[in-house]
Design a protein around this ligand. Structure first.
Ligand code: FES
Length: 97
């Protein structure tokens, strides 16, 4: 069995390479950062100086839950979505966050 070789096609003249989607995040400490869509939440939070507590790092314990524009997100298994509008990140109702 042979594998098909990847194909490449020339880019049509005059078309530019699309830029990566970037998302601006507003953190509880007042900082604002802008990251590539898909960036790991834990890394984005660490860079912003708001490290997120973790437990299992597998999506099952909930220790890493944050609220992003009102939606609960398990940061260890999620990436920053593409958003044209800034996203507000808040700690889950955990006094230790
Ligand atoms: S660290 Fe357990 S769900 Fe994220």
């Amino acid at each position: 069995m042979t594998e098909a070789a990847p194909t490449t096609q020339p880019r049509p003249a005059g078309r530019s390479v699309p830029a990566l989607a970037r998302t601006t995040l507003l953190w509880p400490n007042g900082l604002q950062t802008t990251v590539d869509a898909g960036t790991d939440w834990l890394a984005a939070a660490q860079t912003a100086g708001c490290p997120i507590p973790t437990g299992c790092l597998g999506g099952s314990c909930g220790a890493c839950e944050i609220t992003v524009d009102g939606d609960t997100v398990r940061a260890c298994v999620s990436g920053v979505p593409a958003s044209a509008e800034p996203l507000t990140v808040e700690p889950w109702d955990d006094p230790a966050w």
